[in-house]
Write a protein that binds this ligand. Structure first.
Ligand code: CP
Length: 283
């Protein structure tokens, strides 16, 4: 039995094996049904990750229970941990958990899959990002990636940093002062934009701010606009974990640009999550 809690728990081989497995599933190979039941326990909102895990489960022959936090006994004071214990006692084979907490710091007798925890971890997003990058470039060794936006509050930035560090991928971080934190070294976006292969734009994570920047004004000088787009290398790609606030971190008229890989990321998310479910449930 294996949980999938954070990128830091995986070694490089495990990461690359998950990429291979996901690409095998993407080419419709070696899909051996699993006769088990998983539960999607989302204690924070989601469109992509929740439905992607359900899609992945269905494609693997799993049954998936979708817990609805709004109509659950959370409203009667039940804790997240007790809710998870309840599903373990109900007899499900694995839990897929999204939480506002930065860490999932408990274990159960069944695998736990982290579908995004607070500001710190989003390992399934990192895996689908890696698959998308690998499909484009194959050779990861000389790649340069820039992650731009609300780094301080982004679990994608932290998970991806951990993953890119493991793989020896050079990563730059660019953010307005308000969205910087001490764990990163920051670069000037306009100084590095010509040399990067992968640009990952992030939205402002207002839901995790102590002081809300509701107008997203701080992103104004860091958005991807036409001028910056022109400076990207010919074969560079643009990614974003979603949801996108068009007109804030990326100009709305660039939505369908050929460099955009946002829809490919969503597509790859299903295969990444199939690989994760297979890793946790088949062992
Ligand atoms: N990328 C991502 O986690 O999106 P959702 O919040 O919609 O799941």
């Amino acid at each position: 039995m294996k949980s999938f809690l954070k990128i830091q728990d995986l070694n490089t081989n495990e990461l690359l094996n998950l990429v291979d497995k996901a690409l095998e599933f993407k080419s419709n190979k070696n899909i051996v049904p699993l006769e088990k039941i998983v539960a999607n326990l989302f204690f924070e909102n989601s469109t992509r990750t929740k439905n992607s895990f359900e899609m992945a489960a269905l494609k693997l022959g799993l049954k998936c229970i979708n817990f609805d936090s709004a109509t659950s006994s959370l409203s009667k004071g039940e804790s997240m941990f007790d809710t998870c214990k309840c599903f373990e006692s109900l007899g499900v084979d694995a839990l897929i958990i999204r939480t506002k907490d930065d860490e999932i710091d408990f274990s159960l007798d069944i695998p736990i899959i982290n579908a995004g925890s607070g500001k710190n971890h989003h390992p399934s997003q990192s895996l689908l990002d890696l698959i998308t990058i690998y499909e484009n470039f194959k050779d990861l060794s000389r790649l340069k990636v820039a992650i731009v936006g609300d780094i301080a509050h982004s679990r994608v930035a932290k998970s991806n940093k951990a993953m890119f560090d493991k793989l020896g991928i050079k990563t730059y971080f660019c953010a307005p002062l308000l969205y910087q934190n001490k764990d990163f070294i920051f670069n000037d976006f306009d100084e590095i934009i010509d040399e990067i292969d992968v640009l990952i734009m992030l939205r402002v994570q207002n839901e995790r701010h102590e002081k809300s920047d509701v107008n997203n004004l701080s992103m104004k000088d860091f958005s991807l606009n036409e001028q910056r787009l022109k400076r990207l290398k010919d074969n560079a790609i643009i990614m974003h974990p979603g949801p996108v606030n068009w007109g804030v971190e990326i100009c709305a008229n660039l939505a369908n640009h050929e460099k955009m890989r946002i829809n490919t990321q969503v597509k790859n998310g299903v295969f990444a999550r199939m690989a994760i479910l297979d890793y946790c449930l088949r062992g």
